[in-house]
Design a protein around this ligand. Structure first.
Ligand SMILES: Nc1nc2c(ncn2[C@@H]2O[C@H](COP(=O)(O)OP(=O)(O)O)[C@@H](O)[C@H]2O)c(=O)[nH]1
Ligand SMILES: [Mg+2]
Length: 324
């Protein structure tokens, strides 16, 4: 039986193995994922992002508890591009969420790809699909890093939570990088520490300046102290308020559609990049260049030549697929 079919039957080990296949970009993963894909699109996906040490894992742990109290099943994808090198944060994530380890309705997976953003995004989306197909009601993606990764993750989630802390000054950086725009819900964690009010006020001011019309979701900044479980319910309610907003305005469907399109384009781009790399492997491209220099062809004719080769490759792939 395919791993994917075992995943659909709720086999946790099969799910872990399938995520590894996706992570390693194994060729089998394509067929497995095409079995998974029709069973996706049901889960509510929450992205949690912010600088290292802000308390993302501690808040994730608290949110898992909130959703479990509501009898919802939860999947967590903890993504840390740096931990492939340090190993540190992933260990932290495990420790922070330890109390849920024995709960069969909580599935936690850490991902540490080798710092390659494209691969990371693809693996993350793959892991989310697998958990979605497993029937998880809520899937939380925890990611660290600032800049593009956070914006990419906000594309992968229905609701994106940005976690900041007092005294870090990160908010200015984030505003510049466009992350404030990409987030829906805002938490100032470590509110037990000095300066929490200042950053909350600063954030509220910046969010007030976001362009908005009457039907827009008006975000509130929630103060939390994850280690004392303070503010966590408010935060969960704010996340649910955003979810409701997405549902009632029909924006949820828009986001899902945009996500499907984004994933399709990313996959296509990966496919084309692969092809481009492969045509430079033998002497095919060099011969074309020789002919260009000799004036025997021109860039347009040569491009058509490459496109014909591409179509040939596709035909080959299709007939291989049919032979199976
Ligand atoms: N003082 C204080 N420390 C916290 C709070 N939340 C988390 N921490 C601590 O901050 C450190 C980093 O937390 P973690 O959840 O791993 O952060 P992450 O890197 O964003 O996932 C840990 O030592 C936590 O115990 C908080 O509200 N107040
Ligand atoms: Mg963490």
């Amino acid at each position: 039986m395919h791993l994917a079919n075992r995943v659909l039957k709720g086999d946790l080990q099969a799910a872990a193995r399938l995520i590894t296949l996706v992570e390693n970009e194994s060729p089998e993963s394509i067929e497995e994922m095409s079995i998974i894909y029709p069973h996706t699109g049901r889960a509510y996906i929450i992205g949690i992002t912010g600088p290292p040490g802000a308390g993302k894992s501690s808040l994730t742990d608290a949110l898992i508890k909130f959703f479990r109290d509501q009898k919802k099943t939860v999947g967590v994808v903890a993504v840390d591009p740096s931990s492939a090198f340090t190993g540190g944060a992933i260990l932290g994530d495990r420790i922070r969420m330890q109390r849920h380890c024995i709960d069969p309705d909580v599935f936690i997976r850490s991902l540490a790809t080798r710092g390659w953003i494209g691969g990371l995004a693809k693996t993350t989306v793959g892991a989310v699909h697998i958990m979605d197909a497993m029937g998880k009601d809520v899937i939380i993606i925890e990611t660290v890093g600032s800049g593009q990764i956070e914006i990419d993750i906000s594309r992968a989630a229905d609701t994106t939570l940005l976690v900041l802390t007092p005294g870090s000054g990160d908010e200015i950086q984030m505003m510049k990088a466009g992350i404030l725009e990409a987030a829906d819900v805002f938490a100032v964690n470590k509110s037990d520490q000095p300066g929490a009010e200042t950053i909350k006020n600063g954030l509220e001011l910046m969010l007030g300046l976001r362009p908005h019309c009457a039907t827009d979701f008006m975000p509130r900044v929630i103060s939390t102290t994850a280690i004392q479980d303070l503010g966590v319910n408010d935060l969960a309610e704010e996340i649910m308020r955003h979810h409701e907003h997405l549902v009632t305005t029909g924006l949820l469907q828009n986001r899902q559609r945009a996500r499907a399109k984004f994933e399709l384009l990313e996959t296509l781009q990966g496919f084309l990049t692969n092809f481009m790399q492969r045509i430079d492997e033998g002497d095919y491209l060099d011969k074309l260049v020789d002919n260009l220099l000799k004036g025997k062809t021109n860039p347009y004719t040569a491009t058509m030549d490459i496109a014909t080769r591409f179509a040939g490759d596709l035909d080959n792939m299709k007939s291989k697929g049919n032979q199976k």
